[in-house]
Ligand binder design. Structure first.
Ligand SMILES: C[S@@+](CC[C@H](N)C(=O)[O-])C[C@H]1O[C@@H](n2cnc3c(N)ncnc32)[C@H](O)[C@@H]1O
Length: 246
């Protein structure tokens, strides 16, 4: 693996990216939910519901949610499928702590396990899970291919991976407006609502550095999945990739 990678538009040593990412999410953890609603005008809630609809999760499934953060996706799964076993996981203790507290306060902790882990090196045996989900987390990985291969390893033979992530808008005019919004409005919103413009500048930059729909699909296949299809949401600002292990 090469020694340099990107952290937003900056080049950093591969061994340092994780600590930069940790800095961002430790800084935003407390205000993450408010900022998410403000930035996406509440649309992230709809995108996450669509992810669950596409997941094909059934009661009694074992589901791993990677990069759970404050637990939106784990909450939807836990509420809709109360007989599933849901693993709410994140590398960052502050984010996971917010998620775990919320699950207790909002009573969706009964079928949840909580694990602090790195999605690039999963501490589970081969073929453990029926479904793995990851929402807005993959973008932050140092080695995305390694992470996706790990997800493949931990899925049962008929398992599915769902990746919800920012992607590339299809329409050129829309793309220009989105760029303007990302680099002008987002950091200001971060500054006003969370006293933190740098983290939201990183958000905008990391989205631009993330593979587009087709490239991510290829990456998923080359990391071991048999098939992968994607759904564009909001003109491709966000995409959901659904991959089958076999
Ligand atoms: C933008 S938040 C997404 C949270 C939640 N899934 C959602 O959609 O609202 C990204 C999360 O990814 C986590 N993360 C970043 N790198 C990770 C890694 N290598 N393994 C696991 N989690 C990671 C961060 O700590 C952060 O909580």
């Amino acid at each position: 693996m090469k020694n340099r990678t990107h952290f937003g538009f900056k080049e950093v040593d591969v061994n340092e990216k994780q600590s930069h990412v940790k800095g961002v999410f430790s800084s935003v953890a407390e205000n993450y939910d408010v900022m998410n609603d403000a930035m996406s005008m509440g649309m992230h809630r709809i995108w996450k519901k669509i992810l669950i609809e596409l997941s094909g999760i059934e009661n009694n499934d074992k589901v791993l949610d990677i990069a759970s953060g404050t637990g939106d996706i784990a909450k939807l799964i836990s509420r809709e499928y109360p007989s599933t076993e849901v693993f709410m996981t994140d590398i960052n203790m502050e984010m996971l702590g917010e998620g775990r507290d919320r699950s207790i306060n909002e009573s969706f902790d009964k079928n949840c396990h909580f694990c602090q882990l790195n999605g690039e090196a999963l501490p589970f045996s081969d073929k453990t899970f029926d479904v793995i989900t990851i929402g807005f987390g993959l973008r932050n990985f140092t080695n995305k291919e390694a992470g996706i291969a790990e997800m493949n390893r931990c899925l049962k033979d008929d398992g599915r991976l769902l990746i919800l992530e920012f992607s590339k808008p299809k329409n050129k005019t829309f793309s220009k407006i989105y760029d303007w919004y990302s680099f002008n409005v987002l950091p200001k919103l971060g500054s006003i609502l969370a006293n933190d413009s740098d983290s939201y500048q990183y958000l905008a930059e990391s989205i631009r550095m993330h593979p587009d729909q087709e490239s991510l699909k290829e990456m998923v296949i080359s990391s071991g999945f048999n098939s992968c299809r994607f759904y564009n949401l909001f003109n491709g600002i966000v995409a959901i990739h659904v991959a089958n292990k076999n």
